[in-house]
Write a protein that binds this ligand. Structure first.
Ligand SMILES: *[C@@H]1O[C@H](CO)[C@@H](O)[C@H](O)[C@H]1NC(C)=O
Ligand SMILES: *[C@@H]1O[C@H](CO)[C@@H](O)[C@H](O)[C@H]1NC(C)=O
Ligand SMILES: *[C@@H]1O[C@H](CO)[C@@H](O)[C@H](O)[C@H]1NC(C)=O
Ligand SMILES: *[C@@H]1O[C@H](CO)[C@@H](O)[C@H](O)[C@H]1NC(C)=O
Length: 399
């Protein structure tokens, strides 16, 4: 056991150092992070009175559209015991950095599966979570995150660890809490709450929330205001984030979450006057109804249609609520790496993002879906920006 722990420790630090030594020369912008952070901390330490967090809302700039980049399925922390794994994280950082440079968005949404926790043999997966948000933070761009099905999954022992000569046959006694401290031994996955609390605590630019307690274990349930430039009490659009489960519990948006959506929308947008945009990770079953069969044809817009929709396990009412609200313009999900289309469904659009990370299955070229919102008149436009700069699949999601 002791040997194995040493081995693990070595693997871990080896892969981390690989990651960092590779990161600095590869991604020049990252090397400025420390400097900016120091700057900000320095500035912060002088304004001691500003300990209370500033009010969290997003605001359009005068005369400018508001641009959001969706980073979906980054899958950081994959196969950290090989040199393949850390290389994928470096590649994913490059994708994000390129997209951020081409688009200079106002906001970033991390659309779930930020990390592959079932590969992470570390007690605190925040380390990888933090790495995944570093390119956005480095540029001073605010962001929000939602959970996918891999983010809080328990570590799964790779089969190859049990077979090759030289590596002892080992099994972690998952149920034995007296063994070397339960955490290190079983790597049960860092909980959604720990991940998000750590993110919020350490990042002023994070707009992520824990969501209402009564909805836990589904955590990323919250709404953000994007307000007009002139009046922060005048919302231009509400951005809803919902936790579609997976990992430590079933892949579903529960009826309790649907009820929360119902009561929240009725409270803050009773007459459906303000447009609403929805983000979660796993497509709902409604996506199956609109999925194009061969290729992608009008009215759908996209470039890859290479898989079946891997939908949530059940539909408990959220879609019914969404289609009844004329204010709901579109739903954006990740999860399927081989799909990047948008298709209309009743009065709204159902869209996939684009696989952004080098982690996770599939070798389709990486990119990010971009959303652009204008206020007067309200419009929502979207396209996909590839890591090599190419733009395609532009679509207008408002009538
Ligand atoms: C987990 O790691 C993050 C940094 O990645 C750190 O800020 C946090 O304090 C750690 N939490 C625990 C419980 O060790
Ligand atoms: C846990 O492991 C210890 C040491 O191997 C053993 O003595 C103990 O009986 C185990 N406890 C359980 C509940 O399996
Ligand atoms: C939504 O809320 C309204 C008002 O409270 C209620 O009448 C309606 O039944 C709710 N709908 C669902 C699907 O829960
Ligand atoms: C967000 O919008 C709601 C509804 O208009 C409003 O009550 C609330 O004050 C706004 N919050 C912020 C932080 O602007």
């Amino acid at each position: 056991m002791e040997n194995f722990r040493n081995l693990l420790t070595i693997f871990f630090f080896f892969s981390l150092s690989l990651l960092y030594t590779c990161l600095f020369p590869c991604v020049d912008s990252i090397s400025t992070v420390g400097f900016h952070d120091q700057l900000r901390q320095h500035a912060g330490s002088r304004t001691v009175a500003l300990r209370t967090k500033p009010e969290k809302y997003l605001r359009l700039r005068v005369g400018a559209p508001f641009k959001i980049a969706l980073f979906a399925d980054l899958h950081f922390g994959e196969d950290a015991w090989t040199d393949w794994g850390p290389r994928q994280d470096v590649n994913s950082i490059r994708v994000m950095s390129n997209v951020l440079s081409y688009e200079t968005p106002d906001f970033v949404v991390y659309l779930g599966d930020v990390i592959t926790a079932n590969n992470i043999a570390v007690a605190n997966a925040s380390l990888y979570w933090d790495l995944a948000i570093s390119p956005t933070r480095a540029r001073g761009i605010p962001w929000a995150t939602v959970f996918g099905n891999h983010d809080d999954a328990a570590f799964e022992w790779p089969m190859e660890w049990f077979s090759p000569p030289g590596i002892p046959r080992l099994r972690c006694p998952v149920s034995n809490s007296s063994c070397l401290g339960e955490e290190e031994c079983s790597f049960r996955g860092t909980s959604r709450l720990d991940l998000i609390k750590n993110e919020i605590k350490h990042n002023e630019l994070s707009h992520s929330r824990n969501g209402p307690k009564e909805l836990w274990p589904s955590v990323s349930n919250y709404v953000l205001n994007l307000t007009s430039p002139e009046d922060t009490n005048s919302p231009v659009v509400f951005l809803y984030f919902l936790d579609s489960g997976g990992g430590s519990y079933p892949q579903v948006i529960s009826s309790a979450q649907a009820e929360w959506f119902n009561s929240t929308t009725r409270m803050i947008n009773p007459d459906s006057r303000v447009p609403e945009i929805i983000f979660w990770h796993i497509p709902s079953t409604a996506y199956k109804k609109v999925a194009p069969v061969f290729g992608i044809h009008k009215p759908c817009v996209g470039s890859i249609n290479r898989e079946r929709v891997a939908a949530q396990e059940a539909e408990t009412g959220i879609m019914k609520l969404l289609v009844e609200r004329p204010s709901v313009k579109a739903v954006f999900v990740g999860h399927n790496h081989g799909l990047d289309w948008c298709c209309p469904y009743k009065q709204l659009w159902l869209c996939f993002a684009r696989h952004t990370g080098y982690g996770g299955y599939g070798g389709w070229p990486r990119g990010a879906r971009i959303l652009e919102i204008t206020q007067k008149p309200f419009s929502l436009r979207s396209w996909i920006r590839m890591e090599d700069g190419r733009v395609h699949s532009e679509v207008v999601l408002t009538p």
